[in-house]
Design a binder for this molecule. Structure first.
Ligand code: NAG
Ligand code: NAG
Length: 158
């Protein structure tokens, strides 16, 4: 019963008009080598969106914007000319394209980005146990990384 309630709360798209989706969620990777690392600000530069240890993971409201309920900062996509864009925490909500597809974080089909996913690359791009999040629109990758893409998800609801 509890499992069903949690699953329904995580699918705002299926709710009737006027329903407020208020449950803050953690965001994580569900695959090796980043399995059980959670989304948070990078401790050495709080504007960098990173996957890091579970104990310091933040909670987020995902509804067009992604806002941390811990810091109130929004996650925005950069405007670099490379196919991969930086993803940063900011006080203003510049990116309103975020949504969910099942438990997967995406930009919505109707947005200017189309349906795409933010990605992590392996090995860790920041330091041991910290992976920087990028948004990919093509095939170029940040230097020092390989093509081991990992998408981002809500914690398993099954
Ligand atoms: C922190 O990261 C942002 C985004 O990548 C960058 O623009 C900024 O220069 C960095 N700040 C420092 C102090 O390194
Ligand atoms: C973020 O907020 C949640 C809910 O209040 C709290 O349980 C968690 O410890 C906070 N995380 C950090 C890293 O402060």
């Amino acid at each position: 019963m509890l499992g069903l309630v949690v699953r329904l709360l995580a699918m705002p798209v299926m709710m009737g008009a006027g329903f407020v989706f208020a449950k803050p969620e953690q965001i994580r990777s569900d695959q090796s080598p980043t399995f059980h690392y959670y989304l948070q600000a990078y401790p050495k530069n709080a504007s960098i969106v990173a996957l890091g240890p579970a104990a310091s993971g933040e909670y987020f409201n995902i509804d067009g914007t992604i806002q941390s309920t811990n810091t109130s900062l929004y996650i925005n996509i950069g405007s670099e000319t490379t196919s991969y864009k930086t993803v940063t925490f900011s006080k203003t909500a510049a990116t309103t394209a975020w949504g969910l597809e099942g438990d997967t974080i995406i930009t919505t089909k109707a947005s200017t980005f189309g349906r795409r996913k933010p990605y992590l690359y392996s090995p860790p791009t920041l330091q041991r146990n910290y992976w920087q999040v990028y948004f990919q629109t093509g095939s170029a990758v940040p230097s020092g990384t390989c093509n081991n893409y990992q998408s981002l998800h809500l914690p398993c609801l099954c």
